[in-house]
Design a protein around this ligand. Structure first.
Ligand code: NAD
Length: 258
């Protein structure tokens, strides 16, 4: 039977890459992100063209629990059930803790962490009943280690790992797995923005930030590619991955090995 996947924050970057990989594998894919259905029609059409499954866009704002509930329920109405959720939506803000805006803290905790609870809680019971489910949380190397000036992001990404482990235990005897994929630096719009913000916070040029900050800890000295993260997410949906649960899987060029 065709599997149905929701991928939050999938109109750009890593989420879009995962949506494309899942569509190519024949799944029904619901993409999500900021902006109107019209704005996001090119992304939906691009994903739709890749596979035999159906594709839809839902514009739930990951700061709004009621909209998140509607994302999951309307997917169940449209496709019958939700088999896979990739909690990927995320934002970043880089600032010294004493200057960190409280509104940015609240937004990062809501989008990068709490939204994963709000999607999962609606779909989890059905997954358990049917004996199959996959929760894939896009964490970060910052789920495992910290960096300065990223208090909210590091907190949210550590938090989502706690949720991942709890979901793994609750789903373990019901065929439902939960894992966190933990990328190092992937070249996406989120990182491009971060280069400029970090340059400002540290008083460095953007070139210095790339060389001495961003790729400093990434042992391979290469950006992770979106397709490499998407391939791991796709593997986690497979039957071969049924015994992988409650894990944090780094895709970080050796960053967290140090
Ligand atoms: P991106 O900026 O390219 O894409 C972010 C997506 O989230 C977009 O589709 C955007 O519309 C959506 N989004 C943002 N706010 C939203 C909201 N309030 N409601 C709904 N959707 C919203 O980012 P990316 O780099 O692809 O990051 C995706 C995930 O990967 C994030 O969780 C990020 O923390 C994580 N991550 C990224 C990197 C990296 O180097 N890019 C590294 C580790 C982890």
């Amino acid at each position: 039977m065709t599997k149905t996947a929701i991928i939050t924050g999938s109109t750009s970057g890593i989420g879009l890459g995962i949506a494309k990989a899942f569509a190519k594998a024949g799944m029904n894919v619901v993409i999500n992100g900021l902006g109107s259905a019209e704005d996001n029609e090119p992304a939906r059409a691009e994903v739709n063209a890749l596979g035999s499954g159906k594709t839809a866009f839902h514009g739930a704002n990951m700061m709004q629990p009621e909209q998140i509930k509607d994302l999951v329920q309307s997917t169940e109405d449209k496709f019958g059930q939700v088999d896979i959720i990739v909690n990927n939506a995320g934002i970043q803000f880089v600032e010294k803790v004493e200057d960190f805006p409280t509104s940015k803290w609240d937004a990062i905790i809501a989008i990068n962490m709490s939204s994963a609870f709000h999607t999962t809680r609606v779909a989890f019971g059905g997954m358990k009943e049917r004996g199959f489910g996959r929760i894939i949380n896009v964490g970060s190397v910052h789920s495992l280690i910290a960096s300065p000036y990223k208090s909210a992001y590091v907190t949210a990404k550590h938090g989502i790992l706690g949720l991942t482990k709890t979901l793994a235990l609750e789903g373990a005897e019901h065929g439902v797995t939960a894992n966190a994929v933990c990328p190092g630096y992937v070249e996406t719009p989120l990182v491009t923005g971060q280069i400029a913000d970090t340059a400002k916070a540290r008083g460095m040029s953007e070139e210095e930030v790339i060389k001495n900050v961003i790729l400093k800890a990434q042992a391979t000295k290469q950006f992770v590619q979106i397709d490499q993260v998407a391939a791991l997410a796709l593997y986690l949906t497979s039957d071969d991955a049924a015994q992988i649960t409650g894990t944090a899987l780094p895709v970080d060029g050796g960053w967290s090995a140090q």
